[in-house]
Design a protein around this ligand. Sequence first.
Ligand code: FAD
Length: 468
Amino acid sequence: MRYDLPALKARLKGIHIEDNPALLRQKSRDFYWYSPTLKRQLDGVIGDLLAAPASEEEVLRILAACFALGIPVTPRGAGTGNYGQAMPLAGGLVLDLSRLDKVLEIAPGRVRAQAGALLADIDAACAPSGQELRLHPSTYRTASIGGFIAGGSGGVGSISWGGLRDLGNILSLRIATMEASPQILTLSGEEVQKIAHAYGTNGIILDVEMPLAAAYDWTEAMIGFTDFAEAAAYAQALGEQDAILKKLVSVIAAPIPQTAFLRHRRFLPEGMHVVLVMLAPMGSAAFESFTARRGGTMLFRSDLLAEADRHGLPPLYELAWNHTTLRALRVDPAITYLQTLYPHPDPLARVARIHSRLGDEVPAHLEFVRFDGRITCFGLPLVHYTSEARLDAIIALHEELGIPVFNPHRYTLEEGGMKQTDPAQLAFKREADPKGLLNPGKMIAWENPEFDFATGRTYLFPGLEGRD
Ligand code: FAD
């Protein structure tokens, strides 16, 4: 046995633990299978024990016990990450934080909640104050706030507020370190970036303080265009209409909406490229005028539908961001995706250039966001998958055209989201996790400082060698 589990169990007396293999397997997984590459690499990954603390004191006891016994700890919120972030590559303990789910304090402009609280539950608690979270992933109904901060980046709301990377979108974090006597630290300002999007490799988030915005009963709309470039230009221009308050502006190329958005299909004529919009209801008339000016066809408006016609429709944000991929995958399992950014100058020219080169093999999907004060778009293009070599060639073509790819087919921080080692996160890991026990295998700079990115080689965690 790799680890002294009997000794660990003895130290965790009174804390909820699980070693049922079926449950452990389920709780050792996330949505890594979106990627054929990660599916091949990570399918066999499984933790040795799960612990689900019900209080902060229990978290600290678990960390101290694992530290003493040299057992790795992989934190887990709801397990909806896409790149195996919450998968325990070295086995050990899965730290299930879903029972730390309380909303602790609501005040004008801010909320404090425990890490395991679900995003939708936080908003439900804030609703009586007329407030809601500024941004959330499309997994709003299932994901935790701690997992969003440690593993996500932005999503619904980013068209007005930017992403989690932007100072001010996370107010403060209380975290526990992985030491003989775990400490509790409060981080704010620049400091939160040490932990944000670090995949739980350098601290356990206990609770978070997030900014709030005014809550609305958001109107959902779908606008059709026969020309994709016109749809993208409309979305960019709508994003730039500062006086029309929006929460979502997405563009999805035909035929994906018609084939994948099964419940909305009756609203979607063949051949139309579709723009998804969530807007604050007081802007409806302005939005109608803006859409008419740009020649868009209004295909769907949630506020104009009879109650009976709305029945059974998923919320619009569950057609957007990575839910677009999920819906397309359900219809065609050979589909996978990329994550790209079309930077200024002229993001739409970059979109046009890459999609004219790749054609039907890579249907376009754009998500518009406010990025450093300007509207631009991320891409979550779908890929009709044939082989890993072809996928790499498609990525290389994007990079050649000046379109950065945040590779969702890699499980490490550096190769996926960040492209290079974040020195602040690495330095903080040295302090907060001196034995390197938190989520091993996800930070290359820690595992193998000699790793040479210039070779283009994929990093494979030693614990996974032999499985590949
Ligand atoms: P988990 O998957 O459980 O964990 C994510 C990472 O955080 C892991 O590395 C884990 O170890 C770490 N972690 C979890 N809790 C803690 C903690 N308390 N302390 C320290 N580390 C912790 N993401 C977006 O950003 N935007 C989107 O729009 C979006 N859409 C998605 C759509 C679909 C259909 C799917 C499957 C995924 C999508 N995601 C998106 C990815 C993911 O759903 C979100 O990032 C989500 O917020 C993750 O939350 P979780 O609770 O499931 O985290």
